[in-house]
Design a protein around this ligand. Structure first.
Ligand SMILES: [Cu+2]
Length: 745
């Protein structure tokens, strides 16, 4: 939500992407159920073939007793019912092979596998009054509740169905409608692509050189993605094994799978019966209804009193008497779960600790996570293993400020305690705080450590609390503080690891090598149906993307702008596209692969015009944050000393906030809803340093880039991109240039 901009805020902590962190005040462990791993569906003989039925059903894990007692409130959410597919059925049989957890499942794949999914839509109709975008161009069918599937972070083609192959790849423009809800009406503009009734089949290949890692799936229908995710529709995908890149200690190499935990963070805002008021047009709700448009003001950011229980949830607030009146959520609760459980207990029983694989599967909420020692009340030190699913790779001589930049300023990086007798080949990265915007993943090694951060045997009764400390997104949303899980260190026996840090030699490096996915020829381009009708970005040029509003005078007109910049930094005439809300029929960017169908590296500048944070995400790609001075289109834009590794490859990155100068009056800036215009940025009236990324494009198809705060994405902060096969010699001099120079660095 972009709140009315009232005052200039002081520049916020740079190290955390200009987000402001608040501290939680309560704590302590309480008896709760042990955290359960998500149910896993594993591929066999190279295939995982599943049926996924999207449907409404009660979610016992979100139930709670209203304040003052009375009958429990039992929410109904939307979940994926999943089972292995046997034939052409469209529903899963009752029994143990079928899972329909709000907490989500894990699809366990390996490199070279194919994920086959039949997605069936059995979702209910949604009253148009509860949808924010039902009256926008092309959105008249939204109330029918169409859905689809996106495999976030997988490097796989964004392929549409053809006459010869009716299955789709990871293609977000297809919509599957539930015919029981009615028949969609053709749209005159902004038509979203193919319409399929009742079920759609996906065939998603995992390339043989795909990085090992942690990915996830969720629906991606523009205008209703937020609703479907916050109602519960998401799960995780793993490729390979978490320990594939943890080496260097013979005692525990490879890292045992039993010491790996998957933790999916999901939240829903559950309402108690009544009229919730202003923001929602005096909407009347029933007990257990989940709020469709997540409201960051559902709870106060911090508890009103120290006695307020925020273990796994926070109480609904009454915002009806505020200066700008909001909804009254009294009696409701905002439930924050781990794998669908409210404040579970995590028991660490192995003296060598565990790898935690965290996914922020929230629609719009950003986390600031800390593991706080219950005795000292200090955040514990953890070792960073992977970012956005892919293991990091840092040489011993990597500079700490480079590490912070490369990680997208998402972590509070602290000095790792010295490792006695170290024979590590990599630089261990220690963190005490993790900022996770929607869709981001982080993997950490958690083991008991003393006050100085040194690995130690836990004293009897040692506990900690995994806390969401609360986070303010510049002038935008204020996410509440909530305790997520209790951690009990019960390790008995002696350590087997001989080292006090893990040696991470990650796929962030391997993916950039000659046979890696960002260098080797892209397979199957000859079979692509896409016409190769676009030209490559000229040598030395960059693309610049603006994040702001299509009309700053109108609140929440979330949009992206575009221009091409030449090697001198000047705008290339004719390339500019004003800030525009998403139109699926008008892709902004088109580029061909390189000669020999090889990946193409481009440099993109991401320019923030808003005073609230955004989170850039590119489908079918990963990218590295590079220095602004980096040579455009260079393979290794940032050098770390003599080292040419990739360091950290992200699939989403935090954009800091724009800062208006005194040249713009408060009144004018309020009228602009706290968002700068491109002209104000160009003239220096608004300060905003671009985030520069090097993006290797290694997948063909039609896909998108967008802000992963789904409120903003549904609101229009998204654009289309097309990557097509290289068309041989027709590129002329450009082809010659690419062949001779583009890899010269
Ligand atoms: Cu955003």
């Amino acid at each position: 939500m972009s709140r009315q901009f009232h005052q200039r805020r002081t520049p916020l902590q740079r190290s955390l992407g200009a987000m402001c962190v608040v501290a939680g005040l309560w704590g302590g462990a309480a008896a709760a159920a042990d955290l359960v791993e998500p149910v896993t569906f594993t591929s066999s003989y190279g295939v995982l073939d599943i049926l996924m039925v999207a449907k409404a059903q009660p979610v016992p894990g979100l139930a709670f007793t209203p304040p003052g007692g009375g009958a429990a409130i039992n929410p109904t959410g939307w979940v994926y019912e999943i089972c292995k597919r046997r034939g052409s059925e469209t529903s899963c049989p009752a029994g143990t092979g079928t899972v329909a957890d709000y907490g989500g499942v894990r699809l366990a794949l390996n490199q070279g596998d194919t994920l086959k999914v039949r997605l069936v839509n059995k979702l209910p109709v949604v009253s148009a009054a509860k949808l924010k975008h039902a009256t926008e161009p092309g959105q008249a069918n939204l109330f029918l509740n169409p859905t689809n599937l996106h495999t976030h972070g997988l490097l796989t083609p964004a392929r549409a169905a053809t006459r010869n192959d009716p299955t789709f790849g990871d293609f977000v423009f297809v919509s599957v409608f539930n015919s029981a809800n009615g028949i969609p009406v053709p749209q005159a503009t902004h038509q979203h692509g193919p319409i399929v009734m009742d079920s759609v089949d996906y065939k998603i290949p995992i390339p043989r050189n795909h990085p090992t890692g942690l990915f996830w799936f969720h629906p991606h229908i523009h205008g209703i993605a937020l609703n479907q995710v916050t109602q519960g529709m998401a799960g995780i995908i793993t490729v390979g094994k978490a320990g594939d890149n943890i080496r260097g200690d013979a005692a525990r190499s490879p890292w045992p799978e039993a010491n790996v935990r998957h933790m999916m963070l999901k939240d829903s805002q559950v309402l108690a019966a009544g009229t919730i008021g202003f923001d929602s047009g005096d909407q009347t709700v029933v007990d257990g209804e989940i709020l469709h448009q997540q409201d960051p003001d559902f709870c106060t950011q911090l508890p009103e009193s120290p006695a307020e229980d925020r273990r796994g949830s926070c109480p609904g607030a009454d915002n009806s008497k505020d200066e700008e009146p909001g909804n009254n959520y009294t009696g409701g609760r905002w439930i924050h779960t781990v794998n669908g459980q409210q404040f579970p207990t995590v028991r660490i029983t192995d003296p060598d600790g565990e790898i935690w694989r965290l996914t922020n599967a929230s629609a719009s909420l950003s986390y600031d996570l800390r593991l706080v020692d219950d005795t000292t009340q200090k955040p514990m030190v953890m070792q960073l293993v992977a970012v956005d699913g892919v293991s990091i790779h840092l040489p011993q001589d990597a500079a700490m400020d480079s590490v912070v930049t490369m990680a997208g300023a998402r972590f509070k990086v602290v000095k790792c305690p010295p490792v006695p007798g170290s024979t590590l080949r990599s630089l261990p990265v220690c963190v005490s705080e993790l900022v996770m915007m929607p869709s981001s993943r982080a993997e950490i090694w958690v083991t008991y450590r003393d006050q100085n951060g040194r690995v130690a045997a836990p004293p009897s009764g040692a506990t900690a609390t995994l806390k969401q400390a609360g986070l303010t997104m510049g002038s935008g949303d204020m996410w509440p503080a909530v305790d997520l899980a209790s951690v009990v260190f019960q390790a008995g026996g002696a350590r087997r690891l001989t080292s006090y840090a893990l040696d991470i030699q990650g796929d962030a490096f391997n993916s950039m090598q000659a046979n890696g996915i960002f260098s080797a020829a892209v397979p199957d381009t000859d079979r692509a149906s896409l016409r190769a009708d676009c030209t490559p970005l000229a040598p030395g040029h960059r693309r610049r993307i603006f994040f702001g509003f299509s009309d700053v005078a109108v609140a929440d007109t979330f949009a992206l702008g575009y221009e091409e910049v030449d090697y001198k930094g000047e705008v290339v005439a004719g390339t500019q596209r004003p800030l525009t809300q998403f139109d699926p029929t008008q892709p902004t960017v088109c580029l061909p692969l390189g000669p020999g169908q090889t990946p193409v590296h481009e440099t993109w500048e991401l320019v923030q015009l808003s005073t609230e944070n955004h989170n850039f995400h590119m489908h079918q790609a990963r990218f590295r944050q590079v220095r602004k001075s980096a040579a455009a289109n260079s393979m290794m834009a940032e050098r770390l000393g003599s080292y040419r590794g990739a360091g950290i490859v992200l699939d989403n990155v935090v954009l800091g906030v724009a800062e208006p100068t005194q040249a713009i009056s408060d009144q004018v800036f309020n009228e602009q809803n706290g968002v700068c215009t491109v002209e104000q940025w160009r003239s220096g009236q608004c300060k905003s340093e671009a985030v520069t990324v090097d993006i290797p494009f290694a997948q063909i198809g039609e896909f998108i880039y967008h802000c992963h705060i789904l409120e903003h994405e549904d609101g229009g902060m998204m654009a289309g991109i097309k990557v097509v096969p290289h068309s041989g010699w027709s590129g002329g001099w450009r082809h010659w240039w690419y062949t001779h120079y583009s890899r010269a660095d």
